[in-house]
Design a protein around this ligand. Sequence first.
Ligand SMILES: *Cc1c(COP(=O)(O)O)cnc(C)c1O
Length: 411
Amino acid sequence: MSEERFTGSFTQQEPIPEAGIAAALAVLRHGRLHRYNEAPGEIAETALLEEEFAALTGAKYCLAVASGGYALGCALRAVGLAPGEPVLTNAFTLAPVPGAIAAAGGKPVFVEVTEDLTLDFADLAAKTKATGARLLMLSHMRGHLCDMEALAALCDHLGVTIIEDCAHTMGAAWKGVPSGRQGLVGCYSMQTYKHMNAGEGGFLISDDAEVMARAILLSGSYMLYAKHRAAPGPEVFDRVRMETPNVSGRMDNLRAAILRPQLPTLAERVDRWAALYQTLEAGLQHTPGLRLVTRPTEETYVGSSFQFQLPGWSDARIGLFLTRCIARGVELKWFGADEPVAFTSRYDHWRYAAPQSLPQTDRILKGLVDMRLPLTFSPADVALIGRIIRAEALAVGQGPEPETVVPPRVQ
Ligand SMILES: *Cc1c(COP(=O)(O)O)cnc(C)c1O
């Protein structure tokens, strides 16, 4: 009997919509790629994009920038991070988050994560008291939202300001409130693997006029900030424009042109991601040895990736399981590997941060398996992926303990 094999690509996204291609060609033909380079009477694509994203999220202000990582660093500077100041953040996140903190002069303080991959509130309170931190860079890593109302109340009580890393939650919501709207600033990424694709790109949104004026000046507006349409008035800039350094990281009109037609299709794509996610979830339910993440009913999530735990499995068993899945075309990533691989690294690999001990996170990441779900997959593809994972989890989980650890080959 021949085994089923999956042949799709886990890194292949959908094409740019035709309207985005046409708009990009128009920008290339007129040549005004710089966001402040406008013909008389023209409104730049970048300024329109910001206005449209502010409307989509309900934010007063929006700034488009060069990357998600830039947005995070810009937000920290705009809220007044002082040199050497501690910044709380999830121990389970991606390298651009602690990187942005370190590059802006802050010190990452990692907070434990829960079994459901969200911030541990008890550890947040303890670390806040121990370090005196007043800033939390909350990473909604892999799209898992914590109880945002409870967190807002706790941070209020602790005197902690929230900056949200929404790289994986553009289009998500907690009790209907868009992700990115509970913090003082919400930051997003439009890098190819996120929920809108311009190759690279980022957004900051906020209702705080002074924070946004500083962010716009920081991003490299020179004295051209009046060309922004989702920005506070000139009186706010007057207060901060001479004291805010320029740290250039602007969005350009080419990428804005590619992005604008993707905004109105976000909700429909979130629905398609949900269908993929739920198909895989149904296929893996009740697999012995495999634990699924519980998604709260208050959460509207974007199923652009999928995680599960292999709790208590040895490294050798997990290595064999991953190797067998990869051999059948199912590209899984593992957060328990000793060495960072491709995009996947762990807090103890980030040696520019002070060494910290997070036993709960260590235990959770040791058994954590992760995969992308690009929209080029169909529900039938995802059902097949589920059958392969389930079969291998059963075979390896219930088979003999492997003698040696075989590190899986991940591309
Ligand atoms: C992708 C990502 C970012 C931002 O990344 P850029 O590549 O700089 O756009 C931030 N946080 C997380 C968790 C991410 O995955």
